[in-house]
Design a protein around this ligand. Sequence first.
Ligand code: UT7
Length: 328
Amino acid sequence: MSRPAFGIRGTGLCVPDKVLTNADISALVDTSDAWITQRTGIKERRMVVEGQSTSDLCIAASRIALEDAGLKPSDIDLIILATVTPDQHVPATACKIQAELGMKGVPAFDLAAGCTGFVYATNVAAQFFWAGTAQNILVIGAECLTRITNYTDRGSCILFGDGAGAVIYSTDFEHGEVLSASMEADGKGYDVMYQRAGGARQPLTPELLEAREHQLVIHGRQVYKFAVNKMVELVNRERANNPELELGGVIPHQMNQRIIEGARERLEIDEDRIFVNIQRYGNTSAASIPLALDEARRSGWFEGQDGKLIVLCSFGAGLTWGSVGLRW
Ligand code: UT7
């Protein structure tokens, strides 16, 4: 028996209005626009202000995606929010989104897989579609990483930004059929990117807060090598999964432009067939692929790609990684 097909029916994004430029960061730590641009490709990123949070960005992005899809909130069967920066740990932020959008009774949960969150959430959604138990699923990738960024650490504070991207996958779609999806983890890399305090192992104390132990720590060099290798492996994996399709493009996690460029050279793919918007948003973790996907769709990047293979690939804290193969 063939499994039900599903693909992308609508997308939307929302980023905060406040822009944090390289000049702004240079006023906080010993760095420069030239260093950040050359080492990461990032020029600016967005930042939530007092009173804004992850759910606000998710709700706005989801409304746009619903309109784009031509669907009503009551058409959605399931909400999955990929994030490591929920509004609060209890309850799931996805439940707040469900209530605000008026999606009564629909299951809603958060999923934490670091920067790979959106790809993991797409894998989870795929199981419902392929089992024939859903028609429309709202998958959101969203972060407010600036809330847990250490603005005294020049090795990490240059990277992160806030935003949300929403995708409605549907059995009734025109483009972006999900043909294959993969997700993996290696917990031996648990200490490569982490937030030490604020959970059950190290509840927050005034001392830990003062020591910034609730903020993100990254071992950038270790992540860098892992990410280049994984991007090459994941694109080749999706090519092998779909040998009958010509590669039309790659939308990678926007971690660092040099990581993307290093992988692109090894993969021998034309520059314009790898979508990059890191210069304007920085690394938005689980939000980065859906943000890029929405901008790619609206900018005409998919023109002429009908029937070709589009690969989404990501790698991040955990360590986790995964990929999605789409037929455009
Ligand atoms: O998505 C999850 C988190 N993302 C990542 O972890 C991103 C992956 N890693 C990276 O993007 C890069 O490793 C970084 C951008 C974080 C760092 O770039 P790099 O080319 O790997 O630099 P490095 O860590 O090897 O440091 C080279 C030098 C060091 O100085 P010395 O020891 O050679 O004197 C650093 O202290 O650059 C120095 N440095 C900086 N200098 C100016 C590190 N950060 C900065 C900075 N401005 N912001």
